[in-house]
Ligand binder design. Structure first.
Ligand SMILES: Nc1ncnc2c1ncn2[C@@H]1O[C@H](COP(=O)(O)OP(=O)(O)OP(=O)(O)O)[C@@H](O)[C@H]1O
Length: 819
């Protein structure tokens, strides 16, 4: 538990557990502290732990809150959902993927993966263009209005304002993601909004999910994110929002705090609270920050130092001749702070900048002065070439459709496969439903066509089409409760298998999906081992097919092995993927396909009915697949040889995911792929790979099966922001942008580059729009607990004269110590 006791104002908020509340309070007044305490109180008041949701702005904040709550409730804290917005959306979509036509094994593409696609589709070379386009695509997805939301992939009309040409390319970008079973960060929010909007039963299920919801940093929450929270809290109306309007720093990215707060007030009529006393800083720093905030056009809060705040030192201010000497001055000040202290906590010092360029200059100088420091750019752990190369192998192993990762692994170590071959496979493949990633699958080399086994099984062999229902989505904990299957012999349905399994864990909320109660299953269910062994007998030697069955196969495998049944090796296919290749449609949910293709049987979400629809869909697809077989064989004949040995390796590693823990698989893969040998000449890169193995070991959850654990580690690497990864235990000065410093506190803060046209920025001056810049400066000032330093330069690297930031004029001289 935190050492301090809540003050009376804080206590009132902590005690207010039922009903909506809005807390708008100044910086450093304990908002984060109050949020953690409220959860503890809610648990005490009997709110079920698993019904609590806390949304934070950064992964770091989520981690901090988890740690606080862990100290308070070590036993139960794991059941509390503490997530960032994107983390929550990812979880919701994983649960609902099958119901909204997303591939159940979807992966989340990080910014750099997405930018690679943008580069290709839009043909841009300059980072600036790529970045702007990436930003625009995300912006228009988040602005999509209710009518434009559907659980189809975003359509052309949402990009209309940017012109038809842009819209077409944006759709191409989207379809590449779709082919790769991938979604980007903006899709996470888009699809969640869409499903809550268009699917009443899903929407209702999520209304039931949480009884108590809190959201931090409301001022930087986008209205479309608020809509999701509103929905989640609409049943109990126990929604707490908390924030500080004076710390709004993301309006440039589309946050509209006034609108969100107005909407929240209209929707929930919350009780309003504030907090008065700042505990973070010294009186001098707080008075200085408060005077500075008087320069805001509309100041929202007042700062009052708590009685425990010490008077504190003046703000040291320095304007150096140039950018280099400014950095040297900062270095010297840190050396002074650290003088005579062998164990000086460098990690309690941060240098905050407005630009990335400033970070680069300062970090170089500090390194020369032997001051331990770290920048996010240097840190970019998951962005480093060797780390990305390694992750690409793992991503492809888990997601056979990840063309981006496949292309990457062809680069290093070199395999003699040239860019032209790759391009030819892609271009020629587009005409016959062949993906580049098919060259990484051993099936392709059996008969020169990845679908030859499927076609021959359909025409003169056995196919089993199946569907399962489960008690939930956890491959480790949940159980299969129903298996329905139809056996096709020579393309005709010859036999049916339909069994229910006696469940050992309750169906819980999943009842809403399949309609079975525990009582019903107790009556008609049979022991799992019997049902699985009968099912495998039924499916013996057959080619297994299902619609969007990535998840179903995992469930069957996990549950059957728990029931002591040995699982035979099957070949399997997925009609979601086949439809995606051979039919041009906006959504590949079974429902949409059945409607658009006019299939006689519409799916009902009953396993046997859905299986019938899948059989019809397969019948529709086979002639289309077969008609292009010759093209594919010719393509494989021409280019396949170079890929074959790699495909064999990939197949082995795919098998290994079932047997080896993620870190062990990673070690094996590094050796067998040749990556380790490739990087061993560079000790830094080699070390990073060791560090990656380390992270895999730490993040492993031995209680879950190995491939699910691997999937969850890869999801962590996609959602992790670099800032979250910098270990606070590493004793280094952090050099970060002010945006990255949000919510953090340090003993000593340096605000660097405080020269006119850098801070405030040139653009803000040109557009005469200084308000957000001022708030940014204010956020920077208020990160300091004990000491603040402000510095700038009087000549920039191109020789232009500069003057000190006009922001300094808004801090009274009595708080400044000018050097
Ligand atoms: N009642 C209290 N007594 C003493 N210290 C407190 C009290 N409440 C909070 N603090 C301390 O004040 C500091 C600021 O608290 P916290 O980070 O929760 O504030 P915040 O309002 O979330 O800040 P920001 O707006 O900058 O994100 C922390 O160091 C916290 O431990």
């Amino acid at each position: 538990m935190d050492k301090h006791q809540p003050n009376p104002e804080q206590q009132k908020i902590i005690n207010h557990i039922n009903g909506a509340i809005l807390v708008l309070a100044p910086v450093g007044t304990g908002k984060t502290f109050v949020l953690s305490e409220r959860v503890a109180r809610a648990i005490k008041n009997g709110i079920p732990i698993e019904k609590i949701l806390c949304l934070t702005f950064t992964n770091r904040a989520a981690k901090e809150m988890s740690e606080r709550l862990w100290r308070m409730h070590p036993e139960e804290f794991r059941q509390i959902t503490i997530k960032t917005f994107h983390g929550l959306c990812a979880q919701m979509l994983r649960i609902e993927a099958i119901n909204i036509g997303l591939p159940t094994d979807f992966v989340i593409y990080d910014d750099s993966d997405c930018k690679e696609i943008i580069k290709e589709v839009f043909g841009y070379q300059k980072n600036q263009d790529i970045q702007r386009t990436f930003f625009d695509i995300a912006k228009y997805k988040s602005q999509a209005c209710t009518e434009e939301l559907s659980f189809l992939y975003p359509t052309e009309n949402i990009y209309q304002p940017l012109g038809l040409n842009f819209a077409k390319k944006a759709i191409r970008y989207q379809s590449i993601l779709q082919e790769r079973h991938a979604i980007d960060f903006a899709d996470l929010v888009f699809f969640v909004r869409a499903m809550l909007n268009c699917k009443p039963e899903i929407s209702q299920r999520w209304q039931e999910r949480f009884d108590f919801v809190q959201i931090d940093e409301i001022q930087d929450t986008h209205i479309c994110e608020y809509e999701i929270v509103r929905h989640l809290a609409s049943r109990t109306r126990n929604l707490a929002t908390i924030g500080d309007l004076d710390q709004t720093i993301y309006e440039w990215r589309g946050s509209e705090p006034d609108l969100v707060i107005q909407q929240f007030t209209e929707d929930f009529q919350p009780k309003k609270y504030s907090l008065t006393f700042n505990y973070r800083a010294t009186q001098t720093l707080l008075n200085a920050a408060s005077s500075f905030a008087n320069s805001f056009e509309q100041r929202q809060t007042q700062i009052t130092p708590a009685s425990s705040c010490k008077p504190g030192k003046l703000i040291k201010t320095h304007f150096a001749e140039n950018e280099q000497t400014e950095a040297i001055w900062i270095g010297e000040q840190i050396q002074n702070l650290a003088a005579n202290n062998q164990r000086f906590p460098y990690n309690r010092v941060a240098i905050l900048t407005r630009t990335h360029k400033r970070i680069e200059i300062i970090s170089k100088v500090l390194e020369q002065l032997n001051i331990p420091c770290i920048t996010i750019e240097q840190y970019q752990f998951f962005m480093r070439q060797e780390v990305k190369d390694t992750l690409a192998y793992l991503k492809l192993i888990l997601n056979p459709f990840d063309t981006g990762s496949f292309r990457r692994i062809l680069l290093r170590p070199t395999r003699g496969i040239g860019a032209r071959t790759i391009q030819n496979v892609i271009t020629e493949g587009e005409k016959c439903g062949f993906y580049l990633t098919d060259m990484g699958s051993i099936q392709t080399f059996v008969d020169g066509d990845p679908f030859s086994n499927l076609i021959s099984a359909y025409k003169s062999g056995i196919i089993v089409v199946f569907d399962v229902e489960t008690t939930g989505l956890s491959v480790t904990n949940d159980e299969v409760i129903e298996i329905a299957a139809l056996k096709l012999v020579n393309g005709k349905v010859e036999a049916e298998f339909h069994q229910h399994i006696l469940n050992t864990i309750s169906v819980g909320d999943s009842q809403h999906i399949h309609g079975y109660t525990d009582k019903e299953l107790a009556e008609k269910g049979r022991p799992a081992n019997q049902v699985f062994s009968e099912f495998f007998d039924f499916a013996q030697n057959a080619f297994l097919i299902g619609h969007n069955v990535g998840f179903d196969i995992k469930m069957v495998t996990a549950h059957a092995s728990k029931a002591g049944i040995t699982i035979p090796k099957f070949q399997w296919g997925d009609t979601w993927n086949l439809a995606n290749r051979f039919i041009d449609l906006d959504s590949y949910s079974l429902e949409n396909l059945a409607k658009k293709l006019g299939l006689p049987n519409l799916p009902t979400h009953k396993a046997l009915d859905d299986t019938r629809t899948t059989v019809e869909l397969l019948g529709y697809l086979i002639p289309k697949i077969e008609s292009k077989s010759d093209y594919r064989q010719a393509l494989v004949y021409r280019y396949g040889e170079e890929f074959e040995s790699l495909a064999e390796q990939i197949e082995t590693w795919r098998d290994d995911t079932q047997k080896l823990r993620p870190a062990d698989l990673l070690e094996k893969l590094l050796t067998e792929s040749g990556l380790q040998a490739y990087y061993e000449t560079d000790p830094q890169r080699e070390n990073n790979l060791l560090e990656l193995i380390n992270i895999f070991r730490q993040k492993d959850k031995p209680e879950i099966n190995s491939d699910t654990a691997l999937r969850s580690i890869l999801e962590f690497t996609a959602l992790a922001k670099n800032l979250d990864q910098i270990s606070q235990q590493d004793n280094q000065v952090m050099i970060i942008t002010i945006h990255q410093s949000k919510g953090l506190e340090f003993d000593s803060i340096f605000i660097a580059g405080a020269s006119q046209e850098e801070f405030p920025s040139f653009l803000s001056l040109r557009n005469d729009n200084l308000e957000e810049e001022k708030r940014l400066f204010y956020v920077a000032m208020t990160r300091a607990k004990q000491q603040l330093f402000i510095s700038g330069f009087l000549e920039d690297s191109r020789g232009y004269s500069k003057v000190p930031s006009e922001f300094i004029d808004s801090i009274p001289d009595k708080y400044l110590q000018l050097e």
